[in-house]
Design a protein around this ligand. Structure first.
Ligand code: ZN
Length: 204
């Protein structure tokens, strides 16, 4: 499986990092070795002094597809979850300033946190307006709603599938709302989807 991530998909987040608002989805990928599941703890790598949390909605692909038209995109997923796109911001800033790829900052081991259980799209009150949030040590630090995404899930699936064949089990991280910031040793991260806790793990 592969993990495809969308960058700068919320206006407020693009602005907080001084990035332009994109006119097409900004894409990058993480390998399967980046997965961190089952609420396992996250260990801050020794080569970064600034690992940021980015809570994101995650879409799980349920059907093989290539060149998917937007109007048919809904057929390719049935469940969503939440997770963290961990980002070594100091490393990313250094790479960006040199015009180099971001992989070391985004695709390192355990940089893709995925909640243990996804929820069926059909069980949500409104599939186009999904609320999610991240609490650190009991305080809400990031809050988002999928209706504020610049590119909606169907747009993303259509765009991604032009370049990369989507396979069953692939995950798409759909971008983070504003409020990103560093995590610290001993932090407890709790993620909520429509008010229901979906992940709960520690930084070590
Ligand atoms: Zn992200």
């Amino acid at each position: 499986m592969k993990i495809i991530c969308v960058g700068r998909n919320y206006v407020a987040h693009a602005k907080e990092l001084n990035n332009d608002i994109p006119d097409e989805p900004v894409l990058f990928m993480k390998p399967d070795s980046a997965l961190l599941r089952n609420n396992d703890p996250f260990y801050i790598p020794e080569w970064s002094n600034e690992v940021h949390h980015e809570i994101e909605l995650i879409v799980r692909i349920k059907k093989l597809g290539k060149n998917i038209e937007k109007k048919f995109a809904y057929r390719y997923y049935g469940e969503i979850g939440i997770g963290i796109d961990f980002t070594a911001r100091d490393v990313q800033d250094a790479l960006k300033s040199k015009g180099l790829p971001w992989e070391k900052a985004k695709a390192f081991d355990h940089a893709a946190v995925v909640c243990p259980e996804f929820v069926s799209i059909d069980s949500l009150p409104d599939r186009n307006a999904v609320h999610f949030r991240l609490d650190i040590n009991g305080k809400t630090v990031q809050e988002g709603n999928s209706e504020l995404m610049i590119f909606q899930i169907d747009d993303i699936i259509s765009h991604v599938s032009k370049y990369f064949t989507l396979k069953i089990g692939d995950l798409i991280f759909t971008g983070t709302p504003s409020g990103v910031g560093p995590v610290h040793l001993g932090d407890r991260l709790e993620g909520y989807l429509e008010g229901v806790k979906k992940f709960d793990f520690w930084i070590k």
